[in-house]
Design a protein around this ligand. Sequence first.
Ligand code: IPM
Ligand code: MG
Length: 369
Amino acid sequence: MASNRKVLMLPGDGIGIEVMNQVRVAIEWLAGKRGIGFDVREGLVGGSALDAHGTPLTDETMADAMASDAVLFGAVGGPKWDSLPFAKKPERGLLRLRKDMDLFANLRPAIVFDALVDASTLKPEIVRGLDIMIVRELTGGMYFGQPRGVETLPNGERRGVNTHVYTSGEIVRVARVGFELARKRARRLCSAEKANVMEAGVLWREEVTKLHAEYSDVELTHMYADNAAMQLVRNPKQFDVIVTDNLFGDMLSDEAAMLTGSLGMLPSASLGAPDSHGRRRALYEPVHGSAPDIAGKDMANPLAMLLSFAMMLRYSFDRGDDADLIERAIEAVLERKLRTADIMQPGMTPVSTTAMGKAVVEEMAKLAG
Ligand code: IPM
Ligand code: MG
């Protein structure tokens, strides 16, 4: 269907390819039944781009991403490319997309579906009803700070350097996203850093505290990131929105993912600054990786990818109803006891990636009536 919704699909490597195929099924259904069309282009990223073009992301694909309304990203990486020099690693493709599109705000919701309460390694009462949002800064800090590199010292020793650096502007813009989200939720924002050991952490705390003056309706707390990691498994429901830097956010979001039962359940949205029309550059990706060990076996969990697609509908295309439909359909397949291997439990029905995707679309059809 012709449309002005320009989407670039970058399935990437490993299970990225399989889970993205389930999005295609959903897109087809939406086009046919809900009259929402997408102008979908495709590209290579990560190892697949390396094999084809010798780089994890070509300039052409980068330009396609810049020209699209939203990018849907699968996953990158695999043992085949592990020993490549740093600049060629599949992950560089993803990092370049984030940096060049200036996607500074990474939203990682961790929601526990009722049907999956027992899939979590934590006690059911700790995770039942959990609904938290991690806002991870995505274009600064340790991931991009200069200087960086590995050098050989005069004494022959080697020295690896990365720099944790933040400007006040970088802190304020991501903190603002955190406050805005909290305002639409339970109005609680927890900012996590290491102000006890890092100057950039002190600055982070100061800037977030200053910005709070504009959001006095939101309750702000500060936590050291190590304590936040501990509190996330001790009593995760104390949190509503957590805002944190790039590296701490990487770790805290993996931890939060496991509260939900599986990394295969967690979607994410990476957003840039709104332009004068309120439109933001955006990339949507599951939090999980390319899982080379199960790739190509039709056993990966496509739900995080489908939930990422739902986030795209909500945040980039203002199609909250269609996003709700997908989310409710996912709840319904879980109620039907269908499970991919990662969330398998006694008494449940094991299904493949394809069967799971198909079941989600069936439930969408039922719910849409
Ligand atoms: C993530 C991933 C990435 C990151 C990798 C693949 C570069 O772990 O999105 O959380 O470290 O940001
Ligand atoms: Mg990560």
